[in-house]
Write a protein that binds this ligand. Structure first.
Ligand SMILES: Nc1ncnc2c1ncn2[C@@H]1O[C@H](COP(=O)(O)OP(=O)(O)OP(=O)(O)O)[C@@H](O)[C@H]1O
Ligand SMILES: [Mg+2]
Ligand SMILES: [Zn+2]
Length: 509
C-alpha cells in the first residue's frame, strides 16, 4: 500500500514542503529510506521502529520503503520521525488515508514513542499555512510557537498513540489557540530601564545618539564603571519592534532551537552577549546543518562584545561582512543557508590591560608600550565600522547613592523615534533606514557642512591627529545629532560633538 504524508525541511530561513512517501509491499522484511536523507534521517529508522513497537503497534513484517521527495531538497533534522511513523501506520491501515488530508506533521520520536521537540517549527508552520494545510501536529513543547500562526489548527501531541488514536477518531485533542495580539502586548516590555543608571550623563547622551542613528558603539572605561549596565539597556531605547519584526526574530530563535517551551513570541529587541571564548561558528553561525549564530540571534537587537580585545582575530574578521550586509550566508558542500543579522554592535573594553588608565582613583600599572599593544588589537577594519567611541569613567560614590531616578527609557525612546522618522523620510525608498548606513554618495548629499564646521574637522585632523577615514564617521554622527534637534542643517556645534566620539582615532596616550 502507498501513503503520502506532508512534512517540512527548514534550511536557513526557508522552509520546503517534503512529502514522506511510504510504500509497503510483499517481500522480505526490510526498512529502506531513499531520497537523499542525511545521516540523522537514516538514524531515525531505528527510533521509528522502536517507537512503533513500544507504543503497542506492530511494525510491518513486509518490505517498507520510505521516500522523502523531492529528492533535490536537503532533508535536515529529526523532525521527520513523526511523519514517517504516521505514514507507516497509515500504510498498515491503522490510520485512514483520508484523515491525513491537509495535515502536516513534525516531531522527533523517542524509543518509547513519546514525541520530542524540534527546531524550526514556527517557520515550518508558516509555510504549511501558505501551501494550504489546515492542521499541524507538532510536539507539545513547540505548540505555543506554532500557535503564533493564525488560521491553522495546531494540535499539540505528546506521544505517537496520541496522534494515531486521534486520527483514527478514537480520541480527541484540543487544538491550541492563543490570543496573539494579547501576547504581543504583554511580552513587549523590558525588565530593565535607563532610569536605573545614575550619573553617566555623557555616556547616556552618546547611547541616545547611537540609538537615534543606528550607529555601532565602543565603550571604553575601567572595571565596574557601568559599561555592561549601559549596553543592556540600549535595546530599551530603540524603536519598538513591530509584530512582523517580532515574528522575524522569533523565527531565528525557533530555527536555533533557542525558544523555551512557554516562549512563543520574542517581542522585544534581543540583547546577546557572547563570551570572548566563543567559536567562530557560535558567533556567526555554522555547523553541518547550518544554524544561526549569535549575530543572527541579535537580529534587530544588540550584539554586545564585552572585553573586545580578548576576542579572536578570526571571529572579529568574520563580523565584517554581516555588519555591512545585514545578513550572513553559510556555505557547506551540500547546502547553502542565509540568516538575517541586522544588529547594532556594542563593544566594550578597558583602556589598558590593568583597566585603570586615566582613572580618577586607581593608578594604572601598565607601560605605554603595553597600552599601545592592547589598543592596537582592535584597530583596523572592525574599528572602521564603529562610529562612536564612548568614554565611560567610573561614577563617584555620591552619584551612585543618589536616590533620584533618571529619565525613563520610554521618554528617550520617544525622541529616538522622532529622529528615526526624519531619517525614514530622508532616505525614502533607498533601502537604508538610518544614518549609520549611508553610502559615501549619500554622505556627500545629506551631510553638507559650512565653512566653520570644515575648519573644525581640519583642526581635529591636524591637532588631535584624527585619521582621515574618521571624517565620514564624524559626518554621519553629526547628521544624527542634527536630526535629534530636528535641524535640516548640520551646525558646527553638531560636528564638534561628533569629533569628541572619536577618541580611539586620537590614540589615548
Ligand atoms: N552609573 C551607574 N548607576 C547605577 N549603578 C551602577 C552604575 N555604574 C555601575 N553600577 C553598578 O556597578 C555594577 C557593575 O557595573 P557593570 O558590570 O556595568 O560595569 P562594567 O563597566 O561592565 O565593568 P567590567 O569592566 O568589570 O565589565 C552594576 O551592576 C551596577 O550595580
Ligand atoms: Mg562588564
Ligand atoms: Zn593600566
Amino acid at each position: 500500500m502507498f501513503v503520502k504524508v506532508i512534512s517540512m525541511s527548514v534550511i536557513g530561513m526557508e522552509s520546503y514542503p517534503v512529502f514522506v512517501e511510504v510504500d509497503t509491499s510483499q517481500g522480505l522484511p526490510q526498512f529502506a529510506t531513499v531520497g537523499l536523507p542525511d545521516a540523522s534521517v537514516k538514524e531515525s529508522r531505528d527510533r521509528i521502529r522502536a517507537a512503533i513497537k513500544n507504543s503497542g503497534y506492530r511494525f510491518p513484517r513486509s518490505h517498507v520503503t520510505i521516500n522523502l521527495a523531492p529528492a533535490d531538497i536537503k532533508k535536515e533534522g529529526t523532525g521527520f520521525d513523526l511523519p514517517i511513523a504516521v505514514g507507516i501506520l497509515a500504510a498498515e491501515e491503522l490510520i485512514k488515508e483520508a484523515a491525513l488530508q491537509d495535515c502536516f506533521f513534525i516531531g522527533e520520536l523517542s524509543l518509547d514513542g513519546s514525541i520530542k521537540g524540534v527546531s524550526g517549527v514556527l517557520p515550518a508552520t508558516f509555510k504549511a499555512k501558505e501551501i494550504g494545510i489546515k492542521s499541524v501536529f507538532v510536539p507539545e513543547e513547540n505548540a505555543a510557537e506554532a500557535a503564533m500562526v493564525e488560521g491553522i489548527n495546531v494540535f499539540p501531541v505528546k506521544t505517537l498513540p496520541d496522534v494515531v488514536e486521534f486520527l483514527g477518531g478514537r480520541s480527541s485533542i484540543e487544538p491550541l489557540s492563543l490570543d496573539i495580539s494579547k501576547i504581543f502586548q504583554k511580552t513587549r516590555k523590558y525588565d530593565l530601564d535607563f532610569s536605573e543608571i545614575k550619573g553617566q550623563k555623557q555616556a547616556k547622551r552618546a547611547l541616545e545618539i547611537a540609538a537615534s542613528g543606528g550607529h555601532n558603539v565602543l565603550m571604553i572605561g575601567p572595571p565596574g564603571s557601568g559599561k555592561s549596565m549601559l549596553a543592556k539597556r540600549l535595546p530599551t531605547i530603540l524603536p519598538d519592534l513591530s509584530f512582523d519584526e517580532a515574528i522575524e526574530v522569533t523565527k531565528v530563535f525557533s530555527i536555533a532551537g533557542s525558544l523555551n517551551k512557554n516562549e512563543m513570541l520574542i517581542a522585544i529587541r534581543p540583547f546577546r552577549s557572547p563570551h570572548h571564548t566563543i567559536s567562530d561558528a557560535g558567533l556567526v553561525g555554522g555547523g553541518q546543518t547550518p544554524r544561526p549564530g549569535e549575530i543572527s540571534l541579535a537580529h534587530l537587537g544588540v550584539l554586545f562584545l564585552d572585553e573586545l580585545p580578548e576576542f579572536k582575530k578570526n571571529a572579529l574578521e568574520a563580523l565584517r561582512q554581516p555588519l555591512e550586509d545585514g545578513t550572513i550566508t553559510i556555505s557547506r558542500s551540500s547546502v547553502t543557508a542565509s540568516f538575517p543579522a541586522k544588529f547594532m554592535l556594542v563593544a566594550a573594553m578597558n583602556p589598558c590591560p590593568c583597566g585603570y588608565f586615566g582613572d580618577r582613583v586607581h593608578n594604572c600599572r601598565c607601560s605605554p608600550q603595553q597600552i599601545r599593544q592592547y589598543q592596537s588589537k582592535i584597530s583596523g577594519p572592525l574599528l572602521d565600522r564603529i562610529d562612536l567611541h564612548i568614554e565611560v569613567p567610573s561614577v563617584k560614590y555620591r552619584a551612585l547613592s543618589d536616590k533620584e531616578l533618571g529619565e525613563s527609557s520610554a521618554t528617550i525612546r520617544e525622541r529616538v523615534n522622532k529622529a528615526r522618522d526624519l531619517q525614514k523620510k530622508r532616505f525614502g525608498d533607498n533601502g537604508i533606514i538610518c544614518n549609520a548606513r549611508m553610502t559615501e554618495k549619500q554622505i556627500r548629499n545629506f551631510c553638507q557642512i559650512d565653512e566653520e564646521a570644515h575648519k573644525l574637522i581640519d583642526m581635529a585632523i591636524e591637532k588631535l591627529g584624527l585619521s582621515a577615514r574618521a571624517v565620514n564617521r564624524i559626518l554621519k554622527v553629526s547628521r544624527t545629532i542634527a536630526d535629534m534637534e530636528n535641524n535640516e542643517a548640520i551646525k558646527s556645534s553638531h560636528v564638534a560633538e561628533a569629533i569628541q566620539y572619536r577618541s580611539l582615532d586620537r590614540s589615548l596616550i
